[in-house]
Design a protein around this ligand. Structure first.
Ligand code: FAD
Length: 496
């Protein structure tokens, strides 16, 4: 909702729908929302509700059930630091195992009592007079002193704006909304996009389908994957001597942190990875035309680097066509490209990513003066607090994304900040709001730095917004973000 919208009569001020009053309202039950609830309960705060629009916890790892879905970061690092799991079955966790992990953590920490499923937040408005957030959902209204939005960055599927898309009469689905009644056997399938999801889907369905046409706009760098089963001896060591798992986690952490030097400081460091990529690609692809189609025309790292051992071999199979012409139209049973070719298909898989910097939820959160979060997103401080949004915390907000490591590192840093902020502001009964000049100086520094990184080296990517600003990635080491979020500095805020 933005300024000038009609009044919402189903909102919390409607006497027919009295609002439930809580101190802490968390929106979302992925890694961020569950992590926030754990931190609050560990600090002794129990007056909280977690709103979740779906019917289970898990976020990303509940929604992305496409075949082959797997995390690109090792299990030992892509898990809560305070909840290690000794028996990961593989070194890089698959979607089913990550989802099960999150469900187990939910139960272990007694979070089910706080969860309200089927509650989609339709508006959240700061009531300056009452000093609280008024939140409407599809299943009830709430008033909360603190609002913690953990709604995810890669959560709202982005559909391509291509004419005729609604007239396609076969199966059409986004990668994050997989239809499990659909079977690949004997199908003629189009996969639109060649990002992180596509490179996992393509090799998973290629052996079964009759024909697969992959529509590529820009070639990704696909590098060797090192996933492997975790041996029973290693699991036993992790169980019996937990320090061994912590040591492995630390090793992985520093190995990945080293990559920041290439992304941010000196892209020449990434040249060695480019050599490895070329060897990897050329060992699977022998056709010179296809090799050139699969060769990216930008610096390695500018777009997300994708690990897979079976993507290039799948692309080389006789039942796969790689099309680099732009898709310009969908018809009843075909996809038409800019060169006038019509590709007959009965299924379209849209691996077209997410609304990242234009998440529709941002328009539903209204702060002081009627400004929506969509207006204020670029002005976020430490990805967590926003000028004009009192008593509001945002997880995985602007410039908290990573191109090199686990998002859990950023999420846990934000949780430290939130816990410290609540501890410092709750007792006074007051309100906090980050000073606009503090947030402006912080963002100006980030935006001076980002164009000099590999992500600013000239490719188009989902890291950039419509104006070409990178509001997605953190341009530095994760330990620097950890240091900056360690303390909620009261001097950065207006309190009162
Ligand atoms: C396919 C895929 C692969 C990924 N791989 C990696 C990886 O390898 N490494 C990595 O670090 N990160 C990866 N990510 C990023 C991943 O999203 C984060 O690591 C992490 O899971 C984010 O957790 P979250 O809780 O912030 O958001 P999410 O997991 O997206 O959870 C947000 C929750 O909020 C709920 N929600 C949203 N809007 C509303 C609303 N209006 N009302 C109520 N509920 C709402 C959603 O239903 C969801 O449950 C990947 C993402 C995707 C999509």
């Amino acid at each position: 909702m933005s300024v000038g919208s009609p009044p919402d009569h189903s909102g919390p001020s409607d006497p027919a729908h009295p609002a439930e009053q809580v101190t802490f309202l968390i929106i979302g039950s992925g890694f961020s929302g569950l992590g926030a609830a754990i931190r609050l309960s560990q600090a002794g705060y129990t007056d909280m509700v977690i709103l979740e629009r779906a019917d289970d916890v898990g976020g990303t790892w509940r929604d992305n059930t496409y075949p082959g879905c797997r995390c690109d970061v090792q299990s030992n690092l892509y898990s809560y630091s305070f909840e290690p799991k000794a028996d990961w079955s593989e070194s890089f966790p698959s979607q089913p195992e990550l989802w099960a992990y999150l469900r187990a953590v939910t139960s272990k920490h007694g979070l089910r009592q706080y969860l309200r499923f089927g509650h989609e937040v339709t508006s959240a408005r700061w009531d300056a007079e009452a000093g609280c957030w008024l939140v409407s959902t599809t299943a009830g209204n709430f008033r909360a002193r603190y609002l913690i939005a953990a709604v995810g960055a890669l959560v709202e599927p982005s559909l391509p704006d291509i004419p005729g898309i609604e007239s396609f009469r076969g199966t059409i689905m986004h990668s994050a909304r997989w239809d499990h009644s659909w079977q690949p056997a004997g199908r003629r399938v189009a996969v639109v996009g060649t990002g992180a999801s596509a490179i996992q889907i393509v090799p998973s369905i290629q052996p079964a389908v009759e024909h697969l046409t992959v529509f590529q706009r820009t070639a990704p760098f696909v590098v060797p994957h090192t996933n492997h089963p975790v041996r029973p001896l290693v699991k036993a060591a992790y169980r019996l001597a937990p320090w061994t798992q912590r040591a492995v986690r630390t090793f992985i952490y520093w190995m990945r942190e080293f990559l920041v030097l290439g992304f941010v400081k000196n892209p020449k460091i990434l040249k060695r990875a480019e050599v490895a990529w070329r060897k990897h690609m050329e060992s699977a692809i022998t056709d010179p035309v296809m090799r050139s189609q699969l060769t990216p025309t930008y610096d390695l790292g500018c777009k997300r680097v994708l690990p897979s051992n079976d993507y290039y071999p799948a692309i080389a199979r006789p039942n796969v066509s790689l099309v680099t012409e732009k898709v310009i139209e969908f018809r009843l049973d075909s996809v038409v490209t800019a060169d006038g070719c019509e590709h007959q298909v009965d299924t379209v898989i849209l691996a077209t990513g997410f609304h990242v910097t234009d998440n529709p939820t941002f328009t539903k959160v209204v702060g002081t003066g009627g400004r929506t979060l969509a207006d204020g997103f670029g002005g976020t401080y430490l990805g967590t607090v926003v000028p004009g949004f009192p008593n509001y915390f945002n997880l995985t907000g602007a410039n908290t994304g990573l191109g090199h490591s686990s998002m859990l590192l950023m999420i846990e840093s934000q949780l430290n900040y939130i816990a410290d902020g609540i501890g410092k502001t709750l007792a006074g009964g007051g309100r906090f709001e980050v000073r606009p000049e503090v947030a402006a100086a912080y963002n100006a520094a980030l935006q001076r730095k980002l164009p000099k990184t590999v992500w600013g080296s000239g490719c188009s990517s989902w890291y950039l917004d419509s104006e070409g600003r990178n509001l997605t990635l953190w341009p530095g080491f994760t330990f620097d973000f950890r240091r900056r979020t360690r303390k909620f500095r009261l001097s950065d805020f207006r309190i009162g």
